[in-house]
Design a protein around this ligand. Sequence first.
Ligand code: FES
Length: 111
Amino acid sequence: MAFQRACALDDLWQGEMQVIEINGTEVLLVHTDEGQVVATQAVCPHQEVCLGDGDLKGNTLTCRQHLWQFDVTTGKGLNPTHAELAIYPIKVEGDVVYVELEGVEPKYAHS
Ligand code: FES
């Protein structure tokens, strides 16, 4: 599979995030305050709550359910550190964001 069109960059403002579905897979697109665009798994590794309902401050995404925190640019768990988000490769060409889904699976840490 190849990169799939995800959205127009104009539809994803800096400091915002949104969940989109690509070929049946939900992906969280984030446009950071610093202008970086990233794509992560859309569900929290803890109890699979939608991360699109979380709180984004800088590069830190906080899940609304139990307040686990992640660095969206790396996927690394900040609290707790044993959890991690899967990161999908992306590319931005012109005004279009593309995401590659193949070979990336959501990560879970149910405890
Ligand atoms: S479901 Fe996200 S922190 Fe528990």
